[in-house]
Design a protein around this ligand. Sequence first.
Ligand SMILES: Cc1ncc(COP(=O)(O)O)c(C=O)c1O
Length: 374
Amino acid sequence: MNLFEVYKLWDIEPVRGLDTTLWDKDGAEYTDLYGGHAVISVGHCHPHYVKMLSEQLGRLGFYSNAVQNSLQRDLAARLGKVGGYDDYSLFLCNSGAEANENALKVASFHTGKGKVLAFRKAFHGRTSGAVAATDNPKIQSQFNSTPNVVFAPLNDLEAVSAELSKGDFAAVIIEGIQGVAGIYEPTSEFLHGLRTLCDRHGCVLIIDEIQSGYGRTGRFFAHQHSGVRADIITTAKGMGNGFPIGGVLISPAIKPVYGMLGTTFGGNHLACTAALAVLDIIENEHLVENAARIGEYFRMAFAEDKALKEYRGKGLMIGMELKDEYIGLRDRLLFEKHFFTGAAGAQVIRLLPSLTVSQETAERFVSAWKELTL
Ligand SMILES: Cc1ncc(COP(=O)(O)O)c(C=O)c1O
């Protein structure tokens, strides 16, 4: 059997990793400033992560959600505390799309309404409801596109107000910072306005922190820069540092009913152990602070860079929009300087490194960039 070819691949095969370094099958060394789409939060093969997962695998890898699993309760308590949502409850699943799918479903159950307001250029995943709330018709099949989702421009409160006043919306879903779109931030004023409008119209405010959360922006969740509180927060990616896990943090105002949600694999022993190891490392190594510090270094180093039209983002969630004459720089960074970065179209380079990235590595990247753009 062949693979169902849906990805455009680089002809590079990493076979080993340590922190922000990768080695390919021929032994060539690369620096990873992308973390496989913002997934690597605490570095490749962190010794504490490897130890905890190896030990758990030797004890028990999996049992279903029909029995007690204290690892889930430990994770909920730890995440509530470090994430600033102590009084919320946690539903565990396996991916970002699944987290959003469950969040939308919970909002609809809770309000008894069926419509969702999402934003232009949003990306929420590829499953049924998540892709319906994603503003990209190319990845929506006929089956997925639904009049239940309406899109408004980001940062346009009047447009949101006009829609929500129709009264049939269960939820507003918004990314903490839009990632796939090319790193676009909702303003603090806009988030506060959304909070007010959701309260006024009985709508659940869902903040998708799947890419922007877990410390990446210099706060545990990106929306915490504005001080706004969400009713539901979704998380995945950095949560397991590569072990598949997603989470839905749910306000105490929303009550669970047995059977309302469910999953076979969600919250399994290995996934919870991975997530607990990640939280240990984030706390012990002060990685949220490191994300803020290195992010600030990048911001200063790229201020008025001659290759850039615009530098966007917060902390280690960075979008660098290239001037036309520098399109192609991402390939040069990879093939000539051995730096993995991400992209949003041809024009935007995205940096989403592990939160462990060092000052020395950041400086090496800046030097390599400056050399290529002399
Ligand atoms: C903001 C956001 N939401 C949801 C998803 C979907 O996550 P997953 O690929 O784990 O389903 C992504 C993935 O890029 C994302 O960036």
